[in-house]
Design a protein around this ligand. Sequence first.
Ligand code: DQA
Length: 145
Amino acid sequence: MKVFVINGPNLNLLGTREPEIYGTETLEDIADRCQTRGAAYGLDVVFLQSNYEGEIVEWIQEAIGTAEAIVINAAAYTHTSVAIHDALKSFAGLKVELHISNPHLRDAFRRVSYVSPAVDAVIAGLGAGGYELVISMLAEVLRTT
Ligand code: DQA
């Protein structure tokens, strides 16, 4: 079974980007941990990052018919992108929105998510460790459905 983990703009800067908010782990560290955790459950984790909205839309479309689940941290596009919302609506598998920080505790403009109404579950505020937790939770849900 395959899970796409899709990351949006500026998440390639993790490790040095506002470490007081996002921590010091790099995206590569997180990808490694997700792939190791996924492998333990027999899940193939495809870990992706782009600064471009259209590329994210294309990856969501690629997941259709290819993957059982999508985990998406759309980063700033969370708060702006109708295109990502629409693409997610077309994916029939399991969908989880993820944020490293809790956007509701931050700027007012981060309290709106165009992703939330298009997904099954939301996890936010657990730091970079949230990614691995989501992989474990998805493995459990996919095993029992
Ligand atoms: C984020 C929260 C967003 O508001 C922000 O634009 C990001 C990262 C998070 O993971 O906490 O880039 O999605």
